[in-house]
Design a protein around this ligand. Structure first.
Ligand code: BES
Ligand code: ZN
Ligand code: ZN
Length: 502
């Protein structure tokens, strides 16, 4: 998609669609008189009479009825009350715009930036949010239908009408685009079926990404994991015919490899539960058990594009969790990469095992902070539902900063406690240092707490996205399926930390 860097006017704009924000008291908008002078006085009347809706997230499309203009249609976006409009609402509104543009197969679009500005949201923010929201809303899930009549028209050109500095508007729009594209990539990974996205394929994808952004990458295969003694991920992989992979990507921003943020992702490409097998209905959707890995890769894409001044290491443990004569089973005792032993009580609690080795490896490779992200437990859904990511942390100050990033990104996170009593239960075993399933009470806490045993004193944030990584229904910012949750929050967090260092 081309961004037209020449600012447009109402007269010069040639777009198929001109996007305009409308609210009550529209007459007070700067430039409104110029707008109606070109596009016709009745528009103000139509707004008053409700033919053009000003209600929040209401879209009205009209043909541009003045033949002298080169705009074909105007899409009015209801903003409700500009005084109370939040950035989340504006992003969601643009999500709906993105859906509409897709439906219309629009090729050329002009955005009247100033028509979306409020006292709290300036024009640069509008351009970021517009690109991000519309880019997310535009996304469609790929399918494998042999007879599809969908024509895939892409937007070819976007241009802007604004009184603000064009360079800033363009730069903002480009940042928003980067964010949306990275999230959409993560969504596509989550949506890929387990027979297509195996751990080997996930590693291939990571390799491509590394090549594109000049990251250092290492991919450990099964023999190398055996050599290193990564007994936890290997135990999960035992029942599989597919090889496991541990993927490590390094982004070095400063001369010295210090002050490194470690991003650790669960990349279980399909989770049957193993011998502690899931139910028929519980199995469906388990292709998405690599949502944590997708979030990490999505965040790395943004980091690769925007190149913040912060060292980052990403470690992804990837395998599927299958059944065979060789699969691991309850009562097994395994030795993790850290040396700690684990009594297996439930083979469906496999994510924490994969993360245990990945976290240990990340620390060994120099991570000074750990953020792990995983579709770890059904328990987080019981506790928080499908719209909140569950958090555990051992560093409240770090988490406060993370919350700020999540608010900026509009992705809700909520912390649960991890007490000494919880830790005791994770450490309770007659035969090993830890057990992988202390009980059916507090699943989310036991899952994350288990990972914490391998993090130690390193500042750590654990993100359980089992509820938020996939949606069962379409929403303003996208279709049902993979959401790409936490891509934007993690990238924003890294960006803000980098700015702090300046
Ligand atoms: N992959 C699942 C968690 C999950 C559940 C993700 C629903 C997405 C939707 C995880 O490996 C798992 O099975 N967790 C178990 C742990 C339990 C057996 C200790 C759970 O939470 O039920
Ligand atoms: Zn499981
Ligand atoms: Zn799982």
């Amino acid at each position: 998609m081309n961004i037209n860097k020449e600012g447009q006017t109402f007269q010069s704009a040639q777009a198929e669609i001109l996007i305009v924000g409308v609210s009550k008291n529209q007459e007070q908008l700067e430039g409104w008189l110029d707008f109606v002078e070109i596009f016709g006085n009745p528009i103000t009347e139509w707004i008053k009479e409700g033919d053009i809706a000003t209600g929040l997230k209401k879209l009205t499309k009209i043909p541009s009825f003045i033949p002298s203009t080169q705009v074909k249609r105007i899409l009015f976006v209801g903003l409700g009350d500009r005084k109370t409009l939040s950035t989340d609402e504006l992003r969601e509104s643009f999500g709906l715009v993105g859906k509409e543009l897709h439906k219309l197969n629009a090729k050329t679009v002009t955005l009247w930036v100033d028509s979306f500005v409020t006292a709290d949201i300036d024009s640069t923010e509008v351009s970021i949010i517009a690109a991000e929201g519309a880019g997310l809303g535009y996304y469609n899930v790929q399918n494998y239908k042999t007879s599809s009549n969908a024509i895939d028209v892409k937007i070819e050109e976007v241009s802007f009408i604004t009184t603000a500095d064009m360079q800033e508007i363009v730069a903002g729009f480009e940042v928003g685009q980067v964010y949306a594209e990275a999230v959409n990539e993560a969504r596509s990974l989550v949506n890929l079926p387990g027979n297509i996205l195996t751990s080997v394929k996930l590693a291939d994808y990571a390799e491509e990404l590394a090549k594109q952004y000049d990251f250092e990458i290492e991919i450990l295969n099964k023999a190398q994991l055996e050599e290193l003694g990564m007994g936890a991920i290997l135990a999960v992989n035992k029942g599989s015919v597919e090889e496991p992979r541990v993927i490590t990507i390094k982004y070095q921003a400063t001369d010295k490899w210090e002050d490194v943020i470690g991003l650790v992702g669960k990349g279980v490409t399909f989770d049957t539960g193993g011998y502690s097998i899931k139910t028929k209905t519980g199995l469906v959707g388990m292709k998405g058990d690599m949502g944590g890995a997708a979030a990490v890769l999505g965040a790395m894409r943004i980091i690769g594009e925007l190149r913040p001044n912060k060292n980052v290491i990403a470690v992804i443990g990837s395998t599927d969790n299958m059944i065979s004569g060789e699969a691991f089973k309850p009562d097994d005792v395994i030795t993790t990469y850290s040396g700690k032993t684990v009594e297996i009580l439930n083979t469906d609690a496999e994510g924490r095992l994969v993360l245990a080795d990945a976290v240990t490896y990340a620390k060994q490779q120099g991570a000074n902070y750990i953020i792990d992200v995983a579709t770890l437990t059904g328990g987080v859904i019981t506790a928080l539902g499908y719209d909140k990511t569950g958090v555990l942390t051992n560093d409240e100050t770090l988490f406060e900063k993370f919350v700020e990033a999540s608010v900026e990104a509009g992705e809700f996170v909520w912390q649960l406690p991890l007490t000494e009593n919880d830790k005791k239960r994770i450490r309770k075993s007659d035969v090993a240092d830890l057990n992988n399933s202390p009980g059916s009470d507090g699943h989310m806490i036991f899952g994350g707490g288990f990972v914490g045993e391998f993090v130690g004193d390193t500042p750590w944030i654990h993100l359980d996205i089992a509820g938020t990584s996939d949606t069962r229904s379409a929403h303003d910012l996208g279709p049902k399926g993979g959401t790409g949750v936490m891509v934007r929050t993690i990238a924003t967090f890294v960006e803000r930390l980098a700015e702090e260092d300046k």
